[in-house]
Design a protein around this ligand. Structure first.
Ligand SMILES: [Mn+2]
Length: 312
């Protein structure tokens, strides 16, 4: 197993920024888990800038240490984790970008590698889910987000960062017995948004629900619904309150804390996680890397969950 650069020998701020200072994918024979960037933000409806997230999250991840006390695991000792670099996508053509992302993430998973993908805007979840479902069939989905992302179109366009999960249900790539939004809040266009969403099969645990029920009860309810199904976790960083993630495209007040989000993720231990993404970090709206630091820790816990599951 090739681990991260030894920070007792090379200071954390020195050298190239791979995720958690891990080896690149081309430096290892096989990776059980790869962290991959998708610098694409052509699907945003408000503030652009998530194309700069992969490099910002890698920079913020320099401080991640090799033992995860929250999950009681040394993920990089348990399995081979590597940085898969960025998927290069056309910033001027959403349709082509979606095809590129699906193909590239399928290729990366061809020999069993599990992916934690750093967006990019939420458009990328659709091709990532398509690639995962090619392997596992329809998957359960936990979607952490301030927003539903099940709208039909924007300006007549079906592929945007507000529409991936409606497209995914239409594609038949989600197991609609086990799909949930977590952390939803903020004003909607109308009550119909919620009715449409329910018709697609989604359950909703709002940001207020998380606050009222607490982390443990929230986790219990989610776990019951998911069971042993293959699970994909998609985390829009705007699920966090703007106090915890100011650098994002469509911020909404009243969100979760980064502590709550990390604890809920840790509560997914033992489930059949098959892939995950962390999207919508837009570093330019942040004055202190708050959002990139949060995203790096979220990605680290997702990698740790996969390491627990994949390692023997
Ligand atoms: Mn979203």
């Amino acid at each position: 197993m090739i681990g991260p650069v030894d920070s007792s020998q090379v200071p954390r701020y020195a050298g190239p920024a791979t995720f958690a200072r891990l080896p690149r994918l081309d430096q290892v024979a096989h990776a059980d888990v790869a962290v991959v960037g998708v610098p694409f933000d052509t699907g945003v409806s408000y503030r652009p800038g998530a194309r700069f997230a992969p490099s910002a999250v890698r920079e913020a991840s320099r401080l991640l240490r090799p033992y995860n006390p929250g999950l009681g695991v040394s993920p990089f000792e348990r399995v081979q984790v590597a940085d898969g670099g960025d998927i290069a996508v056309n910033p001027f053509h959403i349709g082509e970008a979606i095809e590129t992302i699906e193909q590239a993430s399928s290729d990366l998973q061809a020999d069993g590698t599990k992916l934690v993908t750093i967006g990019g805007d939420h458009t990328i979840a659709l091709p990532l889910l398509r690639a995962v479902s090619r392997i596992h069939g329809p998957v359960a989905l936990l979607h952490f987000d301030a927003h539903l992302d099940t709208w039909d179109t924007y300006f007549g366009e079906p592929y945007t960062h507000g529409t991936p999960f409606r497209r995914a249900v239409e594609d038949g790539i989600l197991d609609t017995e086990a799909i949930s939004h977590v952390g939803t809040r903020g004003p909607l266009y109308g009550k119909k948004d919620l009715e449409d969403d329910r018709r697609l099969g989604f359950g909703i645990v709002t940001s207020s629900d998380v606050m009222r029920r607490g982390v443990d009860e929230t986790v219990d309810a989610l776990r019951q619904r998911i069971g042993s199904r293959p699970l994909y976790v998609s985390i829009d960083i705007d699920v966090l309150d703007p106090a915890h993630a100011p650098g994002t495209g469509t911020p909404e007040a009243g969100g979760m804390t980064s502590r709550e989000l990390l604890e809920i993720i840790r509560g997914l231990r033992g489930l059949n996680l098959v892939g995950a993404d962390v999207v919508e970090v837009a570093p330019a709206y942040d004055h202190a890397d708050i959002t990139s630091v949060a995203a790096s820790h979220v990605a680290y816990d997702l990698v740790s969950l996969l390491a627990l599951k994949e390692g023997l």
